[in-house]
Design a protein around this ligand. Structure first.
Ligand code: GDP
Length: 189
């Protein structure tokens, strides 16, 4: 990476219920891999990645923090949120409970994070809702796209459906949020 520099360093946090795929999204972003059976006790804590925002001519260094299993204790502290410019609020499109709980994760973010933080709602595991050709994996969706989209709009969140497994929209989610953050920086927000 010698010679590569970046224009901005943006801290991102990834929140949401246990098992929605937060660590998997981070591993996909930084390592282009997917682990079908990750060790839940070894949550990935941190990953970093350079992305380009071509319209802005800027290179952004993403520094992403995962809750690494602490979500079940709801013990996420202020230091986790400190300095975060972006947040991925993740639910699992095949779990209505995880979508319902996104409300309380958002309340937590709003309580602890900077009010200008850019938050993107990410409906993960969308691969499980696609026609597989084997007729086994369609129809597992519990959260309709339109419903999540509507809620995101009401709450002023960006929104995307993604899959850590296939890689679909993973980098795009971070890019979309980064674009919004750069826009806020430009406007002096
Ligand atoms: P976390 O607790 O939110 O960090 O969730 P993990 O990343 O540990 O993932 C929980 C489980 O869901 C693991 O078995 C993953 O392999 C699986 N998983 C994560 N993302 C996806 C995805 O996009 N599609 C599918 N089919 N499974 C996923």
């Amino acid at each position: 990476m010698a010679g590569i520099t970046w224009h901005y360093v943006l801290k991102f946090i990834i929140t949401g219920d246990a098992a929605v795929g937060k660590s998997s999204l981070l591993v996909r972003l930084t390592d282009q891999r997917f682990l079908a059976n990750p060790d839940p006790t070894l949550g990935v804590e941190f990953g970093s990645k350079l992305i380009e925002i071509p319209e802005e001519g800027k290179i952004v260094k993403l520094q992403c923090w995962d809750t690494a299993g602490t979500e079940s204790f709801r013990s996420i502290t202020r230091s986790y949120y400190r300095g975060a410019a972006g947040c991925l609020l993740v639910y699992d499109v095949t779990s209505r409970a995880s979508f319902a709980n996104a409300r309380s994760w958002l309340a937590d973010v709003r309580e602890h994070a900077d009010p200008h933080l850019t938050c993107i709602l990410v409906g993960n595991k969308v691969d499980l809702c696609e026609e597989s050709g084997e007729g086994t994996s369609s129809g597992r969706r519990e959260v309709p796209t339109e419903e999540a989209e509507r809620w995101a709009e009401e709450e002023g969140l960006l929104f995307v459906e993604a899959s850590a497994k296939s890689g679909r929209n993973v980098e795009a989610a971070f890019e979309q949020a980064s674009r919004d953050i750069l826009d806020k920086i430009k406007r002096g927000v």
